[in-house]
Design a protein around this ligand. Structure first.
Ligand SMILES: [Zn+2]
Length: 563
């Protein structure tokens, strides 16, 4: 029996409505408990902030794109080589860290759960091998299903129930956690050198539109009772004027029955909130997008905040990466995954003195600050697309302090300074709101009841930061917060101290969570389907599934479907 008690910290636990109260958190055998014996190890958290371990709903840390990205970016190795210590292994960092460094750096910031949001089903085995390699974190991964042929065929026929059974089968054989949709219809079109440009464009050969894919899969998601909603990267992402497509998508999803549980999560919203009609007059549409979101409750979002640094973009949105290549002329990879999805990778340096980049930086923060409810909008950089995840403490400082935003804005391109809405926004997020948008809200949107909270029975994943809310100096609070969020005083994973004073001091393996979706009727794998694998895939049906030995966790999360 291992016991731990965290004494006298200022606790921020929004799921249990605890807002900075001084209290003790007791831990036994990896779970939060009511109380412990006198033999328990004591952490004196007096004067410190205690939060549940942080949760990241969207970060590219494993799989085909990530690994190709590592090969494309030898610069990362030169810039940020990481030496081993007595506890940790060596690796490389920066925009696409190696597996070990990914685990260490997240843990050093107080993170305990992260979600890998983009996995081609064909690359699922590799993705799981890499996830198994990432220490100190619980993980899960979302298979890309929005342009998967069987999904398109069933939805085009209007056969939602059959589509649902196929998706249940896909979750099982890819050991996945949520339905990921990227540029719906656009990836299939890209196989023929085209793209879709509105949610009502036709997808070649399938007689279906992006609207029908999004709405169809949201209905499938509800039928299957999946813990998370559909996870959506919208059409026209990254293009001037795309906010109208984003609004069209959100409105289209109003047609999905809403019973208090969000029907969709739109990811990296910043990249989907551009006004203007060309790069010359590209501008923020944060006001239009946030006012719609403030008036509706059927969706959640994450920021996709831009950081001024050299990073690597990677997405299944092949046509978008081609556009980025045309804009930058940088080295570039595009790939097409047979019958499933596409992908692209291109290095990108966001610069303060580039008007478009600086506007993007402003848009991300404008959205987060204008969306009133922190349970709707979560912290992310779409790592590494907007910037590497280790820059999160900088984003938190900008959300926490107007002064921090002003200090960065004054170095931005003049056009971006003039256009920015930030000077007109006085909001500074509280530690309670930060706890929502970095853990409680994300865990709730993901349907992870044991994460993002410190109630009795929850997983003992805890972060402790050197912030004293009673004595913090208002004038320099953002510097204090940035330092504290970068180097957690303690990170506790499954009841074990793994980080102390910002250094990794302990080991914890971390698990990969996956869903076993139990349908009333099984998905029918008939000879016709098997013959399609022979015809269109390079992998036979029998060799396609991720078998159990690829995942460390043998007990999946059981989900009872209604179909
Ligand atoms: Zn992404």
């Amino acid at each position: 029996m291992t016991e731990l008690i965290i004494k006298n910290g200022f606790v921020f636990d929004p799921i249990n409505k605890v807002n900075g109260e001084k209290m003790d958190i007791a831990i036994r055998n990896g779970k939060i408990v009511e109380k412990v014996t006198r033999k328990a190890q004591v952490i004196d958290a007096a004067g410190l902030t205690v939060m549940p371990g942080a949760v990241d709903i969207h970060t590219h840390i494993a799989g085909g794109e990530v690994n190709t990205g590592r090969m494309v970016r030898p610069e990362d190795h030169i810039k940020d080589a990481v030496s081993k210590t007595a506890t940790t292994r060596s690796g490389t960092g920066y925009s696409i860290p190696s597996t070990f460094v990914t685990g260490y750096r997240y843990s050093q910031m107080g993170y305990t759960t992260v979600m890998n949001p983009s996995m081609a089903p064909l690359e699922a085995k590799h993705t799981h091998e890499e996830l198994n390699d990432v220490p100190l974190l619980d993980k899960a991964t979302y298979p890309l299903l929005g342009d998967w042929w069987f999904v398109l065929e069933n939805l085009a026929k209007g056969n939602i129930e059959e589509c649902a059974r196929h998706v249940a089968w896909m979750m099982d054989i890819t050991k996945g956690y949520a339905i990921k949709i990227v540029n719906p219809g656009g990836l299939e079109s890209w196989g023929f050198g085209h793209n879709v440009h509105s949610i009502d464009d036709q997808v070649p050969n399938f007689c279906i539109t992006p609207r029908e894919i999004m709405v169809g899969l949201a209905k499938v998601n509800a039928m299957l009772n999946l813990p998370h909603s559909i996870h959506l990267h919208t059409n026209n992402l990254g293009l001037p004027g795309n906010y109208t497509t984003t609004l069209d998508s959100m409105k289209a999803l109003e047609s999905v029955p809403y019973n208090g549980k969000p029907v969709a999560h739109i990811t990296h919203l910043q990249f989907a909130s551009f006004g203007g009609d060309g790069w010359g007059n590209m501008k923020s549409a944060a006001e239009e997008v946030s006012s719609y979101i403030n008036a509706h409750s059927h969706m959640t979002f994450d920021m996709g905040q831009v950081i001024f640094t050299d990073t690597t973009t990677m997405t299944a949105d092949g046509p978008f990466e081609f556009t980025l290549y045309q804009l930058s002329g940088h080295k570039w990879v595009n790939s097409d995954v047979e019958t499933e999805t596409s992908g692209g990778i291109i290095p990108f340096h966001y610069k303060k003195n580039n008007a478009v980049n600086a506007k993007q930086w402003s848009i991300g923060l404008e959205l987060a600050l204008l969306i009133k409810d922190p349970w709707k909008m979560f912290l992310s950089t779409d790592h590494p697309n907007g910037g590497p995840f280790f820059a999160y403490p900088r984003v938190l400082a900008w959300l926490y302090s107007k002064k921090a935003r002003e200090a960065t804005l004054k170095h931005c391109h003049k056009k971006a300074q003039r256009a920015s809405l930030l000077p007109s926004i006085d909001r500074e997020m509280s530690l309670y709101e930060i706890a929502i948008m970095t853990r409680a809200g994300q865990a709730k949107a993901l349907g992870l009841p044991n994460k993002g909270q410190l109630g009795v029975g929850a997983d003992a994943d805890v972060a402790i930061y050197a912030i004293n809310p009673e004595t913090i100096d208002i004038a320099t609070k953002y510097k204090t917060a940035r330092r504290a969020f970068k180097h957690a005083a303690y990170t506790i994973k499954d009841g074990k101290i793994v980080v102390k004073d910002g250094e990794v001091v302990g080991q914890a393996e971390g698990r990969t969570m996956w869903l076993d979706v139990q349908t009333k009727q099984p998905c029918i794998i008939d000879d016709e389907m098997k013959s399609k694998f022979k015809q269109y895939w390079t992998v036979d049906y029998e060799n396609y599934p991720v078998s159990d030995h690829y995942v460390k966790v043998k007990d999946p999360i059981i989900v009872k479907a209604s179909v």
